[in-house]
Design a protein around this ligand. Structure first.
Ligand code: SF4
Ligand code: SF4
Length: 422
C-alpha cells in the first residue's frame, strides 16, 4: 500500500511537468531555492502538496510560487506564520477576495502578495469540462495556477494573485459566467448537493432553491452589511451530504412527512439475497428509535416513531424510499468554533413544502424575517446561532413569528417531531 501511494506521489510530479528528478527532490532544480524543511513533507505514504507545489513552480516558473515556498520554509523554521490581511476588491464588489500580504516582504519580496479569489460554485458542484478549461486558462494567465476545489466555504479557491492583476482576472472570469463568492460580514457562498440532478433520495429541488436564494441575496453577498457571516447549505435529504447541520447557519434539509415508501417485492429480493438475519441485524436493530418491526413476515415502519435518520433507506435503497409528502426542514445555528464553541444546527422549522414558486417565496420571506431579527438583536461579529443562544430560543422564535413547540427545546437536534406538530 505504501509503495502504491509513493508511486502515486511520484506520478503527480511527472504529470505536473516537474524537472527531471524522480519525484520529491526538486530542490536541486535551479528555479527553486533549497527548502529542506518542506522536503520532509514529501516523505511518507501520501501524495504531498509540496511535491505538487514544486511541480507547478518548475513548470510555470512563476516567481510568486518560489517566494511563497521560501517564506513557508522560513515559517517552518521559525514556527510563525507571516501573512496579514487587508482589502482588495474589484469594481462594484466589497467582498470575495481574501488578501494575503507578506509581513516579511523585505526578506521574501517575491511573496509580497498572495491573495485568494473565491469563485462561486455551480449548484450541485458539477461543471462541464469547457468551463473548467476556461477557468484554468484564465487563472494560469493571471494567478499562480493553484486551485482548491472546493474549500470548506464551498467556493472554488483560486490561490495566489497580486492586487494589480485582480480586476482583469475577474473581468475575464465574469465574461465566462463565473462570479465571486462571499466573504466578510454578509451572505456567504451557498453549497448544495447534487440533489434531484442525480440522487433518488432528494426530497426537494435543492439546486433550484440554491439558485433562487443566491439570486435573492446576491447584493449582500457582494456587499456585506450584516453583523457577521451567514451561510446556507442545501441538502436534498437528511443524509446531509453538504454537512449543512454542522457547517451552516441555515441548514435546509430535504425531508418527508408521511410514511416511508416500501416496495415489498424489493424487500423480499433483499432478504433472499442477504438473509433474514441481515434484515434484523443490519436494518431493524440499527433503527435508532426502534420504529421498524416485522409483522406477519412483513417489514413495518411506524411513521410516528421515525426520525428520518435515513439508515434503513441507505441500507435498502431499492426497497425503501422517502415518503411522497416531501419538503424541507430548516435548522439553524451550525458553525465551527467561535465565541461559544462548535454547534450543530437546531431545528427551527420542522416542515415547509418546497414545490412551487410560492413555496420558495414563503421561504425567502421567512429568511428575510430571520435576518431582520438578527440585525436588531445580534452583536458585532456574532453568528446567528450565537445570538439565539444568548437571547434564548423562545425570544428568537417569538421574534420571527414561529409557533413555539416544547420539542424545540427538549429535542433540538435529532427529532423532526412531526408527530407532535402534525
Ligand atoms: Fe442525495 Fe441526500 Fe446526499 Fe443530497 S444529501 S446527494 S439527496 S443522499
Ligand atoms: Fe428508523 Fe431511521 Fe429508518 Fe426512520 S429512517 S425507520 S428512524 S432507520
Amino acid at each position: 500500500m505504501e509503495g502504491a501511494n509513493k508511486a502515486a506521489s511520484n506520478e503527480v510530479n511527472k504529470n505536473s511537468g516537474c524537472c527531471a528528478c524522480s519525484g520529491g527532490s526538486c530542490s536541486d532544480a535551479k528555479f527553486l531555492n533549497p527548502t529542506p524543511m518542506l522536503d520532509e513533507l514529501e516523505h511518507g505514504p501520501w501524495p504531498s502538496f509540496i511535491a505538487g507545489f514544486k511541480g507547478l513552480a518548475e513548470r510555470t516558473k512563476k516567481p510568486m510560487l518560489r517566494g511563497v515556498m521560501d517564506q513557508l520554509e522560513y515559517s517552518y523554521n521559525t514556527k510563525m506564520g507571516y501573512w496579514k490581511g487587508g482589502l482588495v476588491t474589484v469594481d462594484g464588489y466589497g467582498a470575495g477576495i481574501i488578501t494575503r500580504y507578506s509581513m516579511i516582504k523585505d526578506k521574501f519580496p517575491e511573496a509580497e502578495q498572495f491573495h485568494t479569489m473565491r469563485i462561486q460554485p455551480a449548484p450541485g458542484l458539477h461543471y462541464n469540462t469547457e468551463m473548467l478549461r476556461n477557468l484554468c486558462d484564465i487563472w494560469e494567465k493571471h494567478g499562480s495556477g493553484i486551485i482548491t476545489l472546493h474549500g470548506q466555504t464551498g467556493d472554488i479557491m483560486l490561490q495566489g494573485i497580486e492586487q494589480d492583476k485582480v480586476q482583469e482576472c475577474f473581468d475575464e472570469l465574469n465574461q465566462q459566467g463565473w462570479d465571486l463568492g462571499g466573504a466578510g460580514a454578509g451572505m456567504r457562498t451557498a453549497v448544495s448537493c447534487i440533489g434531484p440532478g442525480r440522487c433518488e433520495n432528494a426530497c426537494y429541488d435543492n439546486l433550484k432553491l440554491h439558485l433562487k436564494a443566491l439570486k435573492h441575496f446576491v447584493g449582500v453577498l457582494h456587499r456585506p452589511e450584516w453583523n457577521y457571516k451567514l451561510k446556507f447549505k442545501f441538502s436534498g435529504c437528511p443524509n446531509d451530504c453538504t454537512n449543512a447541520i454542522m457547517r451552516s447557519d441555515m441548514a435546509v434539509i430535504g425531508t418527508w412527512k408521511d410514511a416511508i415508501q416500501v416496495d415489498t417485492d424489493e424487500v423480499k429480493a433483499w432478504v433472499a439475497e442477504r438473509g433474514l438475519d441481515a434484515l434484523v441485524n443490519e436494518v431493524i436493530n440499527l433503527c435508532p428509535t426502534k420504529a421498524i418491526t416485522m409483522k406477519d413476515g412483513e417489514m413495518h415502519i411506524e411513521t410516528r416513531d421515525c426520525v428520518r435518520c435515513m439508515h434503513c433507506l441507505n441500507a435498502m435503497p431499492k426497497a425503501l424510499s422517502p415518503g411522497k409528502e416531501r419538503g424541507i426542514s430548516l435548522l439553524m445555528g451550525g458553525k465551527n468554533t467561535l465565541k461559544v464553541g462548535v454547534n450543530m444546527g437546531s431545528l427551527i422549522v420542522p416542515f415547509m413544502k418546497m414545490e412551487s414558486d410560492e413555496d420558495i417565496e414563503a421561504f425567502t420571506e421567512l429568511i428575510e424575517e430571520i435576518i431582520d431579527w438578527w440585525d436588531d438583536n445580534g452583536l458585532d461579529h456574532e453568528r446567528i446561532g450565537e445570538t439565539i443562544e444568548r437571547v434564548g430560543l423562545k425570544d428568537f422564535l417569538e421574534g420571527i413569528g414561529q409557533e413555539i413547540d416544547i420539542n424545540h427545546v427538549t429535542r433540538p437536534r435529532d427529532n423532526p417531531y412531526f408527530k407532535a406538530k402534525y
